[in-house]
Design a protein around this ligand. Structure first.
Ligand code: B16
Ligand code: MG
Length: 214
C-alpha cells in the first residue's frame, strides 16, 4: 500500500505553469525570440537553464554563457514579481482537502519541484507546513526526467519508492517518477503523459480511495 504522496508543484497544486510561460514570453518578446505555447509544453518540469536552452534552440539563437545567465535571471525576476501576488486562493480546487485527507490516513507528504522558487511559492500558498519534506532543487544532481529529485524525497521521507505515488503535470516529470520506481499519476492531457499509470484532468479528481487502499 502507498505510504507517501510526492507532489510536483507548478501545474499540479497551482497554475504557475501559466506564470512561468508568461515570464518566459515577456523575456522572449523583448529579445525577439519566437516562442509560443507549443514550445512551452517542452519546458514544463524542466529546470531554468534547460528551459532557456530549449527556447534558444527553437529560435536558432546562439549566445554566450554570460548572455544566457542574464536572460535566465531576467525571466526569473519577472516570475518572482508575479508570484509575489499569489495567495492561498490560487491553490487548485481540492488541494487542501487532499492534503488533509492524506495526512489523516498517515501518509507522508513530499514535494518534488524543479523550481528554486518552490519553498517561497508554498509559503505564499499557505501550505508550506503541510509537507514533511520539500526537495531543494538547487541540490539535486540531475534534473527531471532523471529520477533524482523523486528518489531524494522518498529517501528523506524514509519510504521505499515502490510505496510512493508521484503526481505530475509534465511529461519529463512522469518519466522521472517511473524511473524512480514509483506509481505515477498524471494531471492533464493523457496523450502528453502516456507513461502515467493513471491520468486526471485536475488534482480535484484525485480520489485517495482509488489510489490508496483505505
Ligand atoms: P525556477 P515543477 C518547474 O516546476 C516548472 O514546471 C518549470 O517550468 C520551471 O522552469 C522549473 O520549475 C524551474 O523553475 O525557474 O523557478 O527554478 O513543475 O517541477 O514544480
Ligand atoms: Mg509541473
Amino acid at each position: 500500500p502507498a505510504q507517501a504522496l510526492i507532489f510536483d508543484l507548478d501545474g499540479v497544486l497551482t497554475d504557475t505553469a501559466q506564470t512561468h510561460y508568461r515570464a518566459w514570453k515577456r523575456m522572449a518578446d523583448e529579445e525577439g525570440l519566437p516562442f509560443d505555447r507549443h514550445v512551452n509544453e517542452q519546458l514544463k518540469g524542466v529546470d531554468r537553464m534547460a528551459s532557456l536552452e530549449i527556447i534558444l534552440r527553437h529560435a536558432g539563437r546562439v549566445l554566450s554563457a554570460e548572455a544566457k545567465q542574464a536572460l535566465a535571471e531576467r525571466k526569473n525576476a519577472y516570475y518572482v514579481e508575479a508570484i509575489a501576488a499569489v495567495t492561498p486562493a490560487d491553490l487548485f480546487p481540492g488541494v487542501e482537502r487532499l492534503l488533509e485527507q492524506a495526512r489523516a490516513r498517515g501518509l507522508k507528504l513530499g514535494l518534488a519541484s524543479a523550481s528554486r522558487n518552490a519553498a517561497a511559492l508554498l509559503e505564499r500558498l499557505g501550505i508550506g507546513r503541510r509537507f514533511d519534506y520539500i526537495a531543494d532543487a538547487a541540490r539535486i544532481a540531475r534534473a527531471k526526467p532523471e529520477p533524482d529529485i523523486f528518489l531524494d524525497v522518498a529517501a528523506a521521507l524514509a519510504v521505499p519508492p515502490a510505496q510512493c505515488i508521484g503526481i505530475e503535470d509534465a511529461a519529463a516529470g512522469v518519466i522521472a517518477i517511473k524511473r524512480a520506481g514509483m506509481a505515477a499519476v498524471g494531471i492533464g492531457d493523457p496523450a502528453a503523459l502516456s507513461g502515467a499509470d493513471a491520468c486526471l484532468d485536475a488534482i480535484a479528481g484525485f480520489d485517495l480511495d482509488a489510489f490508496v487502499s483505505p
